[in-house]
Design a protein around this ligand. Structure first.
Ligand code: ZN
Length: 293
């Protein structure tokens, strides 16, 4: 596995090359292989740039229609998910590991900073330093599984656009995850775009929930996804502008997903404190001064 001292993105690239085909398999699994025809036309690729972005497209750069779809995930998005997952894990450890509990604010700011300036970050913070090997194993495992659920949600969201024919219906050739660098000039944002985003979110969340082992696990997955939208909202705060008028505000998307979960997955009364904890935690993370490195 990785050396803890490597901060070069080259460390991740071989891993991501293997991850791409396994994410395609994950989509098949989560959707009970009912969209196999579409899935066979879909290629997933990691782009070796630090930008926090992901997208889905069906045309090449010259405007020629592809005979399928490309879902692209920038490595910067992958790294950010590792940061926010680690922040969540560090702030949440209990029991035997309680002594390793730390404020996740610095890591949260690392993930936000990665959005504005991919070259400014050191990736070595992604790893757990200064903890015994067995603790490292447990915490890194928790971090990976949270980051993976969020990544699967993003990929399923993009696949939702493909299944719903959104690219064709809206005439867009490229739909972004975190679209400050979008290619939608000439299109007027309107409710149709927002509705299609809500539908893609719903598609992704329900696909993940119906494969969860039990209700507790479905809610645990939801927490990671909820955290993603809190982070998007804080990126908007940090930038002082909305990420995309083609997307509903991140917190509205989070609320929609919460409203979808409550009647669908039993146990809201047991998890609402955790949702509130995430709200408070991310607020403290965002408003706390960035510590010196
Ligand atoms: Zn979308």
């Amino acid at each position: 596995m990785y050396s803890h001292h490597l901060s070069d993105t080259d460390v991740f690239s071989p891993h991501l090359d293997l991850l791409a085909p396994s994410l395609i398999e994950d989509i098949g699994h989560y959707t009970n292989n009912q969209y196999d025809a579409r899935l066979k036309q879909t290629v997933l690729t990691f782009l070796p740039t630090g930008w926090v972005d992901g997208f889905c497209l069906n045309q090449d750069e010259f405007g020629n229609q592809l005979d399928g779809y490309v879902i692209g995930i920038n490595e910067g998005l992958y790294f950010s998910l590792q940061f926010i997952a680690k922040a969540y894990v560090l702030e949440s450890v209990q029991g035997d590991f309680a002594q390793y509990r730390r404020n996740g604010g610095a890591l949260y700011h690392d993930a936000i900073r990665l959005f504005s300036d991919p070259s400014a970050n050191t990736l070595s913070n992604i790893f757990f330093e200064d903890v015994p090997a067995e603790v490292d194993g447990a915490l890194s495992g928790a971090q990976s599984s949270i980051a993976m659920i969020i990544l699967q949600f993003i990929v399923l969201h993009e696949f939702g656009h493909i299944v719903n024919d959104d690219l064709e219906l809206m005439g867009l050739y490229k739909i972004h995850v975190a679209p400050t660098r979008h290619d939608n000039e000439g299109y007027e944002p309107n409710n149709t775009y927002w509705e299609s985003e809500y539908k893609a979110d719903e598609f992704a969340l329900l696909s993940i929930c119906q494969k969860a082992k039990n209700d507790i696990s479905a809610w645990a997955n939801f927490m990671g996804i909820y955290l993603l939208f809190r982070w998007f909202a804080d990126i908007e705060k940090h930038l002082g502008k909305t990420l995309s008028e083609f997307h509903p505000p991140p917190l509205k998307r989070a609320d929609k997903l919460k409203a979808l979960m409550r009647p669908t997955i039993p146990g809201w009364e047991n998890v609402q404190d955790e949702v509130e904890r995430i709200d408070n935690m991310t607020h403290v993370w965002y408003t706390s001064a960035e510590p010196d490195k």
